[in-house]
Every structure is written in structure tokens, then in C-alpha cells.
Design a protein around this ligand. Structure first.
Ligand SMILES: [Zn+2]
Length: 275
């Protein structure tokens, strides 16, 4: 670490649990952040300020005036700009020494697979149910830890799927695809501004812990926040032995890629859901 890095990260280094070793592991980590909106904004800002070595920031959308109420990566002057590039500018302004790769794309198929394979950990900051499952399948396949958050109205949730571990449940274990669920259109739903900040910031905290190799992650625990009453609830869950995504597979098939006719199906309505 350079003298400037020792200074920049000194308040991290002072933490007994983290120290120089933990900070060095953070500096060596490549985080893939999918979604540069309400959740991705605070997550990316904290990962950049904390010195995650490389951030790939993916979003296919452009900054809209209605985003500014909660998507704090972006500014009014950057309305109309690609969110990935707007995010890159915000992150570079805070920490010019990290590598930031902006990607204006809607990830699916091989592109998603390649990016997940190249990253050390993945933050799902999307608002789309089908995309969430596609990300989960890639993370199961490549055994990458997945930090997943969701926020809508006053309701937030967060969990970690530490797919490096054999006994860790995946997103599909908890939210099986195809079940009757409440699907709502995020584009027209209200979202309490700081709710996305709370959940996205917690995603950054879990990602940094995973990067540094410290503490106890949210693997096997789903935290649910009712921000209107400011009540937290914890739901504990286990790996589903019969899970179609991470469960035992027939010979020759790798977990995460069981034949699924709708494997790369993208929701046409941009539907999202919260458990
Ligand atoms: Zn599973």
C-alpha cells in the first residue's frame, strides 16, 4: 500500500477486525454491480470510497429526472446520460485510484456469464425478477457470492447467497421461479427515497465483509425492513436440496444451468417483486 492509500483507508486499517490485511483484500477485489439505480448508487459509492480495487458498473438505462429523488450517483446536470457513465464520473470523483468499468448493457446470456466469471463478488441491484434469477444462475455456476437487495414502497429486503459454500442456499432456494408471486411494475411504483439508501448501503457492507473475509454474512438470513414502522424482521432459510438451480444435477450438468426453456427470458413488463 502506498502512503496515500495508508492515509485514505486509515479509518479502516484502525479497525481490529479489518486492519491492513483486510484492506489489502478489499483493494484486490473486483465487484460486479448490476444496476446503477436506487440500490446500486449507494452500494457503488461506498465500495468506491472504501477502495474496492475494481468496480464494473452495469446499467442499460439513462438518467431520468424522476431518478434523482433516490439514485444518488446521478445529478441533474447528467440527466440523459447513460447511468453507467454517470456513475463512473461520480465514483472517479471520490476515488480516482480505483478501476471503474462502466457498461451500458442489459446483461443476459453469455455476456452475463462472462462478467460474473470475471468478478470476485456480485451485487444484484436490479429491480427485475427475471434478471435476478439469471444473475443467481450465473453466480451458482461460477460459485460467486451474491449480495441481493430489493426496495419498493416502504419495504426493503437484503440477503447474501455465499455460493462459494456447498451448504449455502441460492436465491432460487428462497424464491422459486414460476411460483405465484406479486408482480408489480417498478416503473410506476412509489419508493421511499432513503429506503434504497439503507438497503444499498447494507449491500455495500456485506460486499466489503465478503471482500475482506471478516464477520458473519447474511447467508441463510433474509432481513426484511418495514421502513414506515421502522421494524426489521429476520427470516432464516436453508438450502433446498431439490432446488432446480443449485441442487444436485444429472450427470454432466453443472449447477446453475439446468435446462430451462425460459432461462434467459426477460420480463417484457419490467416487472419486479418483493417477497
Ligand atoms: Zn438453490
Amino acid at each position: 500500500m502506498t502512503d496515500e492509500q495508508l492515509l485514505r483507508y486509515s479509518r479502516h486499517i484502525l479497525l481490529d477486525a479489518l486492519g491492513i490485511e483486510g484492506q489489502e483484500r478489499i483493494l484486490a477485489t473486483h465487484a460486479l454491480i448490476i444496476g446503477a439505480g436506487g440500490l446500486g448508487s449507494p452500494a457503488a459509492l461506498y465500495l468506491a470510497s472504501a477502495g474496492i480495487g475494481k468496480i464494473t458498473l452495469v446499467d442499460d438505462d439513462s438518467v431520468d429526472f424522476t431518478n434523482l429523488q433516490r439514485q444518488i450517483l446521478h445529478t441533474q446536470a447528467r440527466v440523459g446520460m447513460a447511468k453507467a457513465e454517470s456513475g463512473r464520473q461520480a465514483l472517479a470523483a471520490i476515488n480516482p485510484e480505483i478501476e471503474i468499468v462502466p457498461l451500458q448493457a442489459r446483461l443476459s446470456g453469455a455476456a452475463l456469464d462472462d462478467l460474473v466469471a470475471s468478478a470476485d463478488l456480485v451485487l444484484d441491484c436490479t429491480d427485475n425478477f427475471a434478471t435476478r434469477h439469471a444473475i443467481n444462475r450465473a453466480c451458482v455456476h461460477h460459485r460467486k457470492p451474491l449480495v441481493s437487495g430489493a426496495a419498493i414502497r416502504f419495504d426493503g429486503q437484503i440477503s447474501v447467497y455465499d455460493l462459494r459454500r456447498d451448504d449455502a442456499p441460492c436465491y432460487h432456494c428462497l424464491f422459486p421461479e414460476g411460483e405465484d408471486v406479486e408482480e408489480v411494475r417498478c416503473a410506476v411504483m412509489g419508493v421511499f427515497s432513503p429506503l434504497t439508501g439503507i438497503i444499498g448501503t447494507m449491500q455495500a457492507a456485506e460486499a466489503l465483509k465478503l471482500a475482506a473475509g471478516i464477520g458473519e454474512s447474511l447467508s441463510g438470513r433474509l432481513l426484511l425492513l418495514d421502513a414506515l414502522d421502522m421494524e426489521w424482521r429476520t427470516v432464516r432459510f436453508k438450502k433446498d436440496g431439490g432446488c432446480a438451480v443449485c441442487g444436485p444435477t444429472a450427470a454432466g450438468q453443472l449447477p446453475g444451468y439446468l435446462p430451462r426453456p425460459d432461462a434467459d427470458h426477460e420480463s417484457a413488463t419490467g416487472a419486479c417483486r418483493l417477497a
